[in-house]
Design a protein around this ligand. Structure first.
Ligand code: NAD
Length: 480
């Protein structure tokens, strides 16, 4: 029977399977009401040092455990999370703002991820085996890994790092975003009753904690998900100690809609995947290129669909798709993008509204009608519920336009003609490309970005390998 969490209390950081309080605490804000949530620790440098020391000590034994032992604990961890899922989902909506149904989806995905990770193993490869020698490629763990998590999907993106790190034999210290520390601290608390001390620790802190982790000489690897500018700072900081790092960064995905689609079939998915989580997902349809032959019809249908189906409101209200924007900093950024509509004279197909005067950070969806290709709404990731529709007429040209940015996280092509769609898809420079879909992800499929959208991959066996070194092992069968 897993311990029952209490979402109102945060007695300390999770260090060596104990709650370790800190002299000062902080809280974040419920974005639906702008009211303060619960007090959480602010880790000091010495707290991080202690956690790293325990992680390094724990690594000595954890790295020697078998796949079966790790898998058993990973499955027990998933079961314990599942027993607490109703509380975690509620807490996720309170801290992140996402609708409760989406919080439920996030936990369902996280459980599927952990349970799949438990079945995955990076096995030694035999590169050569003859009378004289056997040459293996082996994959020992790196050591102590640090995970830096963003505020948009704290449970899935946090556990998406914990699982592979632990399954490959590393110990792990997780740092949630200061905007969303609550669920991640509770995951650490649940882990206390499952993993040996020092194997999985969670530290909540302020803006100093991330840089302390990336600079720390006894952390061997950083797995980071967040924005491109921060990713560059993480890479520069890791360079000082030549730490390994994986960066999962921002995107500005193109969805290319061909002239032969049945609009009523593809539109609900495309429109939903433009506004889900209030546009605060790295891999949504953020530039929708619609063939000129169906542009007007598609635009009008998207406006109708959005008006009727994409309701804005608090995460606990029924049928809401667009919850509040997660924090005041992001609210100001998205408001600034909305202010460009008038300033730049963009045509609006659906005029989104900033709900000024309401207590939470609410912004209703906006659809921009064929703005210039170099406008901010096309070249910047808005990370809010605002999306441009763009006209195109030539297959090669639209692929060039989709590829023209420095980002390359995801991209999609929608068409009945699979040969044409696959040809376009194979020319799209992005880490995930879909035909007739967008945003599909799975724990056994590598996920990451091209160009400035990231370095390295998460998930899949390739993602697992990023938590390992390669060791070439030459075994001569006798001394010649
Ligand atoms: P962010 O870069 O502001 O913060 C991410 C994390 O980094 C937080 O935990 C933050 O505290 C920490 N951090 C901030 N400065 C740091 C520093 N100098 N050193 C180390 N850590 C530091 O990102 P965010 O606003 O939380 O997330 C939104 C961004 O993340 C968007 O651009 C989105 O596209 C991207 N994102 C990418 C993926 C992906 O997998 N590719 C997934 C989700 C979000």
């Amino acid at each position: 029977m897993a311990p029952k969490i209490d979402i109102k209390t945060y007695p300390g950081n999770i260090i060596n399977n104990k709650f370790v309080p800190t002299p000062s605490t902080r809280h974040s804000i419920d974005p639906a009401t702008a009211e303060p949530l619960y007090e959480v620790p602010i880790a000091r440098k010495e707290d991080l040092d202690v956690a790293v020391k325990h992680a390094r000590e724990a690594f000595k034994t954890w790295s020697k455990t078998t796949h079966e032992e790790r898998a058993k604990l990973m499955l027990a961890f998933a079961d314990a999370i599942e027993e607490n899922r109703a509380d975690l989902e509620k807490l996720q909506t309170m801290e992140q703002g996402k609708p409760i149904g989406l919080a439920n989806t996030e936990v369902t995905m996280a459980l599927q991820w952990l349970r799949t990770f438990a079945t995955m193993e990076v096995k030694d490869e035999v590169l050569q085996d003859d009378d004289e020698r056997t040459i293996y490629q082996t994959f020992p763990p790196l050591g102590v890994c640090g995970g830096i998590v963003p505020w948009n999907w704290p449970i899935l993106l946090g556990l998406g790092k914990v699982g592979p790190a632990l399954m490959t034999g590393n110990t792990f210290i997780m740092k949630p975003s200061p905007y969303t520390p609550y669920c991640d601290l509770k995951l650490g608390e649940i882990g206390m009753s499952i993993f040996p001390p020092g194997v999985f620790q969670v530290l909540s802190g302020d803006d100093s904690l991330g840089p302390w982790m990336t600079e720390h000489p006894d952390i061997d690897m950083i797995t980071f998900t967040g924005s491109i500018p921060t990713g560059k700072r993480v890479a520069a900081s890791c360079a000082k100690t030549l730490k390994r790092y994986v960066l999962e960064l921002g995107g500005n995905d193109a969805a290319i809609v061909c002239d032969d689609v049945e609009i009523e079939k593809c539109l609900p998915k495309i429109a939903t995947l433009a506004f889900l989580n209030s546009g605060q997902i790295c891999m949504l349809a953020k530039r929708i290129y619609v063939h000129e032959k169906i542009y007007d019809q598609f635009r009008d249908a998207m406006v109708e669909f959005t008006k009727n189906n994409i309701k804005t409101g608090g995460g606990f209200e029924p049928d809401v798709v667009v919850g509040p924007v997660q924090n005041s900093m992001q609210f100001e950024l998205v408001k600034d993008m909305y202010s460009q509509i008038e300033k730049c004279g963009w045509k609006v197909a659906l005029e989104g509204k900033v709900r000024e005067g309401s207590k939470g950070y609410y912004i209703e969806p906006a659809i921009i009608d064929n703005p210039p290709e170099d406008s901010r709404i096309v070249v910047e990731e808005p990370f809010g519920p605002i999306v441009p529709l763009l006209k195109w007429s030539d297959d090669e040209d639209v692929v060039d336009r989709a590829n023209s940015l420095r980002t390359g996280l995801g991209a999609s092509v929608w068409s009945k003609d699979l040969v044409r769609a696959e040809k376009m898809a194979r020319n799209l420079s992005a880490g995930s490309v879909w035909v007739n879909s967008h945003f599909d992800v799975a724990p056994n499929v590598p996920f990451g970005g091209h160009k400035e959208s990231g370095i390295g991959m998460e998930w899949g066996i390739e993602g697992f390998k990023h938590f390992t070194n390669t060791r070439s092992l030459w075994v001569w069968k006798k001394i010649f």
